[in-house]
Design a protein around this ligand. Structure first.
Ligand SMILES: [Zn+2]
Length: 319
C-alpha cells in the first residue's frame, strides 16, 4: 500500500517514497532483525535436536547390543554342549575303554594364556569379556577334539583286541555233547598214565568243520607226528590257539584268519585214539583252560551246563 504525506508548501498530499540514506537505514534494520531471528532459530535447533549422523550411530549401537547379547547366548549354548561331550567322554567312553578321565588342568589347557587383543578391544570390558569367553571355549574344544582322537585310537585297538581274542567254540556244539575231555590231569588212553592235558577234546565225526576262534594269522599249518594235521594261529595281544588231529587243514602259514572261518576238518591223525579235535589256548606262551573263552556263542545257562560237563573225568583222546 502506498503512503501519502501532506506537503505544507504545495498544500497537497504527495506520494511518500524512501530514498537515499533513509532507505539504506531501513534496509539495514530489516536485515539485522532477519539475521537475529535466523540465528536464534539455528541455536534453538542445535539445542533441542540431534544431528542425523548421531541418530545413525545410536541406531547402530542398539543393533550391536542386540548382536552382542545374541552372541553371548550362542556362546552359552555351545559351552553347555561342550560340557555334555566332556561328561560323556569322562564318564562313559573312557570308562569303557579303560582310560583315565581328563583332569581339570588338562581340560583347561591353554586358557588364560597370552591373547592378541587390541587396545581398543581392551577398553571395552563387555566385548573384551566375550572375547575371553570365546577364546576359552575354543581352547576347550581343541582339548575335547584331541581327546576324541585319542579315544578313537583306543577304540580301534580294543575292537581289534576283542575280534582277535579266542571267544567261541572251535566246532559246532549247540547240544553241548561234543566236549569229551577238559583241561587238567587226565589218564592217557594208551599209555595208561596220568598226564597234564593242556587243552580240550571235542568228539565229532571226521569231516566236521573246525572254526578259528578269533581273528589272527596262521602261525603254522603242517603235519606233526603227535598232533597230526595241526594249525597254529597267532591272535596277537599274546594269545595263540592250536587245532590238532585234523583230517586236513585248508589254510596256510601267514594267512590272515577271521573268527568263525573254517580252517580244516575233524580227523584222527597223529597220536589220536579216535576222531576228535584237540584244542588249545595259549596266553604268553602257556596253555590256559579254553573253557574260559567260550562266552560269545553260549548263553549263561548253556555255559553253566558246559562247566558242569567239564567236571567229568573222561580220559583224553590223544596220547
Ligand atoms: Zn586233547
Amino acid at each position: 500500500m502506498a503512503r501519502y504525506i501532506y506537503n505544507q508548501e504545495t498544500c497537497a498530499y504527495e506520494r511518500y517514497e524512501l530514498k537515499g540514506t533513509a532507505l539504506r537505514n531501513r534496509m539495514a534494520v530489516l536485515l539485522t532483525i532477519s539475521f537475529g531471528f535466523a540465528l536464534a532459530g539455528y541455536v534453538t535447533f542445535l539445542h533441542y535436536s540431534k544431528p542425523l549422523d548421531l541418530l545413525e550411530v545410536e541406531r547402530k549401537n542398539a543393533d550391536l547390543k542386540t548382536a552382542w547379547f545374541h552372541l553371548n547366548y550362542r556362546l552359552g549354548e555351545t559351552e553347555e554342549k561342550l560340557k555334555f561331550f566332556a561328561e560323556e567322554d569322562d564318564q562313559n567312553y573312557r570308562v569303557i575303554l579303560d582310560a583315565n578321565p581328563l583332569s581339570t588342568i588338562e581340560r583347561q589347557a591353554g586358557v588364560g594364556g597370552a591373547t592378541r587383543k587390541s587396545k581398543a578391544l581392551e577398553e571395552h570390558t563387555l566385548i573384551s569379556n566375550t572375547f575371553d569367553r570365546a577364546l576359552k571355549l575354543n581352547n576347550q574344544l581343541t582339548v575335547q577334539n584331541e581327546s576324541f582322537n585319542e579315544l578313537q585310537k583306543l577304540l580301534d585297538r580294543k575292537l581289534k583286541e576283542w575280534a582277535s581274542r579266542p571267544a567261541i567254540q572251535p566246532i559246532d556244539n549247540k547240544d553241548l555233547l561234543r566236549l569229551h575231555t577238559t583241561f587238567g590231569m587226565r589218564l592217557n588212553p594208551v599209555l595208561k598214565v596220568w598226564t597234564a592235558h593242556k587243552g580240550l577234546d571235542f568228539t565229532a565225526s571226521t569231516g566236521t568243520p573246525i572254526y578259528a576262534t578269533g581273528d589272527g594269522v596262521v602261525q603254522d599249518a603242517y603235519y606233526s607226528d603227535s598232533f597230526g594235521n595241526v594249525v597254529y594261529i597267532d591272535h596277537g595281544f599274546e594269545f595263540e590257539t592250536r587245532y590238532a588231529h585234523m583230517v586236513r587243514f585248508i589254510v596256510s602259514k601267514g594267512e590272515k584268519i577271521k573268527r568263525g572261518q573254517v580252517i580244516g576238518y575233524v580227523g584222527n591223525t597223529g597220536r589220536s585214539a579216535g576222531e576228535h579235535l584237540h584244542y588249545e589256548v595259549l596266553y604268553k606262551g602257556n596253555q590256559i583252560n579254553p573253557i574260559n573263552f567260550f562266552q560269545r556263542d553260549l548263553s549263561n545257562k548253556e555255559y553253566q551246563k558246559l562247566l558242569e560237563l567239564a567236571k567229568t573225568e573222561n580220559s583224553s583222546l590223544d596220547y
